[in-house]
Design a protein around this ligand. Sequence first.
Ligand code: FMN
Length: 218
Amino acid sequence: MTDMKELLRSLPSLPGPYVPFDTAQAPAQPEPLFAQWLQAAIDAGIREPHAMTLSTVDGDGCPDARVLILKNVDEHGWHFAISRASPKGRQISDSPQVALTFYWPALGRQVRIRGTAHDMGEQTSSADFLARPLGSRAGALLGRQSDVLESQQELEDGLARQLRRLEQQPDVLPDSWVVYAVRPREIEFWQGNEQRRHVRLRYRRAPGAAWSKERLWP
Ligand SMILES: Cc1cc2nc3c(=O)[nH]c(=O)nc-3n(C[C@H](O)[C@H](O)[C@H](O)COP(=O)(O)O)c2cc1C
C-alpha cells in the first residue's frame, strides 16, 4: 500500500495555469455563468463536459452517487433523464433533495448544485426518450437497470427482443422513463488556483426570493 500512497503523492493536483475568475463580473443569476463555464469547457476540448455526478440519499439516509449526462438547463433547472425503476429513480421518488457536481479538470473548475428534483411530465420525458439512439431505447425498454445480471446471454437476448419490438413499434415508450429538472437553491462556482487561493462564488436563494451571491473562503 506504500506504493499506492507514493504513486498518489507523485500525481499533481490543480497544476494550472488557470484563467482567473473575476467574481466582480459575475452575473446576478447563476444560469448565464454556468452557460459560460460549460462553453469554456467545450472550447477547452474537455471530453463529455456535460457529464455530472448526481448524488441522492437512500431510505436509510445513506448517500449514493453516479455520473449522468446533463440534458438541458432552462427556467425549470438542470435536466437529466433516467428510469424511475432504477435505484436512483426510487431514491428520488422517496427524497427529491439531490446534488449535482461538475468538474472540468483542464480549467480547474468545479460547479456544485443543491436543490430539488422535479418530474418534468410525460411530454418532456416522451420527447427525450424518442430522441435517444436505438440502442439506448432498447436498453431502457429492457429495464432492470442495476439488478444482478445472471448471464450475458440473458442481456443479449433481452436487447435483441427489444430491438425487434422497436422495429415493429418505433414509438413505443417505457412507463419508467422520466426527465427530472433540479431546481437549485444554491450553486457554487469554484475556480482552482495554483497558489491555493481558490476563488469560490456561491449563489443562494430562499423560496420565492431572488438570488444573492457571496464569496467563500477557499
Ligand atoms: C459518462 C456517463 C454518462 C452516463 N449517463 C447516464 C444517464 O444519462 N442516465 C442514466 O440513467 N445513467 C447514466 N450513466 C450510468 C450511471 O452512472 C449509473 O451507472 C446507472 O444509471 C445506474 O445507477 P443507479 O444504480 O444508481 O440507479 C452514465 C455513466 C457515465 C460514466
